[in-house]
Design a protein around this ligand. Sequence first.
Ligand code: GLU
Length: 513
Amino acid sequence: MKEIRVRFAPSPTGALHIGGVRTALYNYLFARQHNGTMILRIEDTDQNRYVPGAEAYIIESLKWAGIGIDEGIGVGGPFAPYRQSERKELYRKYADQLIDSGHAYYAFDTEAELEAMRDRLKKAGVDYQQYNSVTRMTMRNSLTLPASETEKLLQSGVPYVIRLKVPETGEVRLQDLIRGEVVVQMHELDDKVLMKSDGMPTYHLANVVDDYLMRISHVIRGEEWLPSAPLHVLLYKSFGWEADMPQFAHLPLLLKPDGNGKLSKRDADRMGFPIFPLTWTDPGTGEKSVGFREAGYLPEALINFLAFLGWNPGTEQEIFSMKELIKAFSIGRIGKAGARFDIQKATWFNEQYLRSKPESILAAYLADQLVKKGITCSPEKILKIVAVMRERVSFPKDFYEQGQFFFHAPQTFDSTVIAKKWNADTVKFIRVFQESIENIEQFNAETIKTAFEKTAADLGIKTGQLMQVLRVAITGSASGPDLMMTLEIIGRQETLNRLVFALSNFNVNAASS
Ligand code: GLU
């Protein structure tokens, strides 16, 4: 069997979209599963769209996500260079080869002439105003000009492009591993520019030449490239490389969370979730977009989530490590239908991975936050906090954000609960409870619970109604982690202080309610 060689071939035109990370992931899984090679190639032939910093961003994103590169940018390899701008001369040679074999031609048309052609066709009622096998015979190119004239123009240095000469009749067929058979009629294709007037190849030429030279066995890429695939097949044919043509697999689109239409950065911004793996500041506009990493997503959770966007294992299992994905992945189980980008599912994966981390790691997350906030806290207390909070958090930052009451008394209190439940009975209860916790020997969750229950029983008040007010008095909010454990962590003195505060401040509310 042919050696498996796949490539991720992004263009450095800005931050890597999360869909690009999925494409890279699927390539990587496929490569690893077949003991193949994963290549990173940078397609930077469009100099107008080049964005400084984008290449470094792509490399860092893949590294963070755990998508390893075997060959290519940053690693090197037998087919270097892997940056297309550094391979410029080589494409020229292949364009010339197509000209020599009659599969391509020089075109000298100016922008104004092209415009005039499109106008003419529009007026004639032609739907697609393309430079193709029909219109090319009316234009200024090496097919219509005498050879001597073409030679003269080439010598004189006037700008020209090289175009593919699409056959007048026939069809192009390809067998996509996901989409099945794709058939396109020649007359539907246009004579795409292969070399631009600046001497740079277009995406199509460079992409096909490199896939061929780098011995790519499978092209796994986003569905937006499906319309280009027949043209690429035609290029392979024109070069006489059909036997070495890679297999194609076009991945389904990523859809908006509601399933209506393609996911865009605008949707993500509007709904408040990231679309880029890492935080990115657009060098042109200065606009900063928070990345999945900075928003608190763990790379393994994001990978697991992305793996399921278009693929499924065919079983109930949802949690997959990278190793397990490598084993289970198959192109055959990738669907054709667009994959809904459900950010809540991403958060769910994050919670699962976060909860399965050892307490020491979770403690380090919280300790980090505390250092940033200038709060000192004993390691024992940090461990207790993460233990009581772990089932409730979605992101590492939540340990601090949702647990601020562990470090300072709350500033605001749930007024609905106070209005509803702070009455003469609760006040009586809190007074007695204060005394009883002052007197317990060991102040811990268990002894506090006993004191709490005994006090309630002695006063004949139901504990259910007390729990929530006590929680509001201590944490400010109506819900939170285990209350008795919370009191233990906060400590006796601070608990008493907060109860004193509640008694003198909540009373006012109760009187007015
Ligand atoms: N450079 C293209 C991109 O930016 C690569 C498409 C392909 O994989 O062929 O996505």
